[in-house]
Design a protein around this ligand. Sequence first.
Ligand SMILES: NC(=O)c1ccc[n+]([C@@H]2O[C@H](COP(=O)([O-])OP(=O)(O)OC[C@H]3O[C@@H](n4cnc5c(N)ncnc54)[C@H](OP(=O)(O)O)[C@@H]3O)[C@@H](O)[C@H]2O)c1
Length: 342
Amino acid sequence: MNAIAYQLEPQRGLAGLTARPQEIPAPGPHQVLVRVRAAGLNRRDIMLMDGTYPLAARPGVAPLSDGVGEVVAVGDGVIRAAVGDRVTGTYFLGWNDGPQTQALITQQYGATHDGWLAEYILLEEDSVVHAPAHLTDAEAATLTCAGVVAWSALTTPAPVRPGETVLTVGTGTVALFAIQYAAMLGARVISVTSTADKAERLRKLGSDEVIDRTEWPDWENPVLELTGGDGVQHVIDAVGPPTLPKSLAASTYNARVSLIGAFAAEPGRQLADPFGGKYLSIRRPAVGSRADFEAMNHAIAEHGLHPVIDRQFPVDQAVDAYRYFTEGNPFGKVVVTFPQER
Ligand SMILES: NC(=O)c1ccc[n+]([C@@H]2O[C@H](COP(=O)([O-])OP(=O)(O)OC[C@H]3O[C@@H](n4cnc5c(N)ncnc54)[C@H](OP(=O)(O)O)[C@@H]3O)[C@@H](O)[C@H]2O)c1
C-alpha cells in the first residue's frame, strides 16, 4: 500500500485539498522521519486555505502544524530523538528559545514546509518535542499551535500568580487551553462566550464565572463588577480587534493583555484612546518557542491535564474534518487520525 499525503492548493477552498500518493522521504542529516498517527486543525489552516493568513502557503504543501507520530528513521547526527519515540513538532522551524525574529516567522510547518496531514513528515531535529505520555494520540495532536500560544501568553515573561484573575474572550481552543492552564496555575477565571449552552462546559473546564455576551453586550461591566470594580490582571483575547476595547475596559492597571485572536475589526470603528487612559501591557504573541512547548508539556504531564477534543475523523475523511471545523461550531479540537495497520 502506498503512503498518502494531502496537498493544499491555496485559495481554492476545499477543492484545493486533495490526497495524493506520498513518496516516503529519507531523513537527511539532523532530520527525523515520523509516521503520523494523528493531526489537529487550527483556525490558521483555514486562513492558509483562504489566503487570509499573513504568510502565503506554498502551493502543494502538506497542511497542518499540529500532529503526533512515531519516529521511524533518523538522519546522521540526530541526538534529540530515537526510533520508536512518540513526538510532536514545533510550529516554527528553528525557534528553540528566547525571543522570536522576523526571519523565523516565515518558516512554518503546514505553510512553507510540509506539515502533518500526511502519513509521513520530515521534522528538523530541532523541531522535535516529545509528547506527554498520559495523552492519547488525538490529544497529543492538539498542542502545537493553540496549546503553546495559550501557555506562552499565561507564563511568559512571568507566570500568572495564584489568586490573580484571568479573563478569556472567545471559546475556540486557544481559550479552552487558557482556561485549563489558568485554573491549573491557581488563578480565578472569568470567561466570555456568545453561546449559553457552552457556559456549563466552560465551568467544568475551570471557569469560575461565565458571561454570555448576547445577554450582556457590554460584558466588560459584569467583569468589572465581579472584580470589585478593579478589573482583571490578565486577558487572553482569542477573538481580536473587535473585542479588544472591551478587554481593555475590563482590565486593571498594570494588566497584561494578550491579543491572540485575528478576527477582523468591525469596519468604521475607530476609538481615540483604546486604552481608556489605563497603563497596562498589551502584546501579540506568535505561538511560542520549543522551550515554551517543553515547559508546557512538563506542566501538562505534572497535572494530568487532557486537551478538549470535539471530534475525530479518519484520514480518508480529512476534507470532512475541514468542513466540520469551519461549519460545525466545535467545542474543542478537530483531529484527523491515521490507521496504523498496513
Ligand atoms: N497569535 C497566535 O500565535 C495564535 C495562535 C492560535 C490561534 N490564533 C488566533 O486566535 C483566534 C482563536 O483561535 P481558536 O483556534 O482558539 O478558535 P476559533 O475556532 O477561531 O474561535 C472561534 C471562537 O471565537 C469567538 N468569536 C468569534 N467571533 C467573535 C466576535 N466577533 N466576538 C466575540 N467572540 C467571537 C466564538 O466564541 P463564542 O461564540 O463562544 O464567544 C468562537 O467560538 C483565531 O483568530 C486564531 O487565528 C493566534
